[in-house]
Design a protein around this ligand. Structure first.
Ligand code: CUA
Length: 348
């Protein structure tokens, strides 16, 4: 070796390189283990609008797969076939080939035009806002970090759980109170951004009754991951019952329940009433409407199941349970929490 020569070492040690292929194969096998009933599976459409997206995405994916195999295959073939075979000779140098160049210009243009026609058609189709008596209108507002659902014709306001009837077009208007969010119930629709000072429109329709999980899909601050959502689809008859229960004012706590009466007093005294609405009693507009809290299964951005234990933990220190929560720690005593929960229990 001459002076000044450096020893070239491979960037990846040889013993690691030997593991690359088995590792890739293992990854492929493991990632194919997903079962078919994942709650946020975007490849499992459960309504006509998500099916439209699916019916577009699958053929496009197939075309992309064929193109990938073809291009990579040709690349590998060319690398091997035209490689340098010894240190003394250069591979054959080729300049220009009209046929090949025409081919790889025209073929992708045709493929992209085909994909484009179907894509634009689907986008226009999904952008249409349905109208008519059989359409349910819902105003959805994103807040840091929870969802508000307002049914203007039904006079119902709720949070985190979007209740809908099956087989019905639900025309959603998306607005934001603060920053950009993204509304995404994967089995029912694609993602759509929720932008301040702008209205976006989405239509969903669920084939079957059930609970469909979703998630805010645009980073919106420290509790973005805690901004979950659920769409609860009922049969039309069950949905009518749900509307009836949620449109009426809640019953006042009765004198037989002194804890609840005390809790209602605390609800005002501690300032809860200036942030939360309870129809006929409080009109706060910062946090979720609590008029029929007990009609829901979850609270705090659909992060927690609604039960006494979780409510107690929440009321002790909301920002400790959901980082960044606008609801502050009110330093409530355990007795005050017991009374407040007794009052919240009456909001049925
Ligand atoms: Cu809202 Cu992320």
């Amino acid at each position: 070796m001459r002076k000044g020569d450096t020893v070239r070492r491979p960037i990846v040690p040889t013993k690691w390189r030997k593991l690359a292929l088995p590792a890739a194969a293992l990854t492929l096998v493991l990632t194919s283990c997903a079962n078919s009933s994942l709650p946020q599976d975007a490849l499992d459409p459960q309504g006509p609008f998500s099916r439209k997206v699916h019916n577009l995405a699958m053929p496009v994916f197939a075309i992309a797969g064929v193109v990938f195999v073809l291009v990579e295959g040709l690349l590998v073939y060319a690398v091997i076939r035209f490689r340098r075979r010894s240190d003394d000779e250069s591979p054959v140098q080729v300049h220009g080939n009209v046929k090949a160049e025409l081919g790889w210009t025209i073929a992708p243009a045709v493929v992209l035009a085909g994909v484009g026609i179907f894509t634009v058609g689907t986008v226009i189709d999904l952008d249409r806002v349905p109208k008519g008596d059989d359409v349910l209108a819902v105003n959805v507002t994103g807040h840091q970090w929870w969802w508000e659902y307002n049914y203007p014709d039904e006079h119902v306001v709720t949070a985190n759980e979007l209740h809908i009837p099956t087989g019905t077009d639900v025309a959603i208007t998306l607005r934001s109170k603060d920053v950009i969010h993204s509304f995404w119930p994967p089995k029912l629709a694609g993602k759509l951004d929720v932008i301040p000072n702008r209205e976006n429109h989405m239509v969903i329709n669920a084939d079957h009754a059930g609970v469909y999980y979703g998630q805010c899909a645009e980073f919106c601050g420290i509790s973005h991951a805690n901004m979950r959502l659920r769409v609860v689809a009922h049969t039309p008859a069950d949905f009518a019952r749900w509307v009836k229960a949620n449109a009426a004012p809640p019953r006042e706590p009765s004198d037989d329940d002194p804890d609840a009466v005390a809790g209602q007093g605390l609800f005002r005294a501690k300032g809860c009433a200036s942030c939360h609405s309870v129809k006929g009693f409080a009109a706060g507009a910062v946090g979720p409407d609590l008029t029929h809290l007990q009609q829901r299964k979850v609270f705090a951005g659909a992060l927690f199941d609604l039960n006494e234990k979780n409510l107690r933990r929440w009321l002790r220190n909301p920002p400790g349970e959901k980082p960044g929560s606008i609801m502050p720690n009110l330093n409530l005593t355990e007795e005050e929490i017991t009374s407040l929960i007794a009052y919240l229990d009456t909001l049925k």
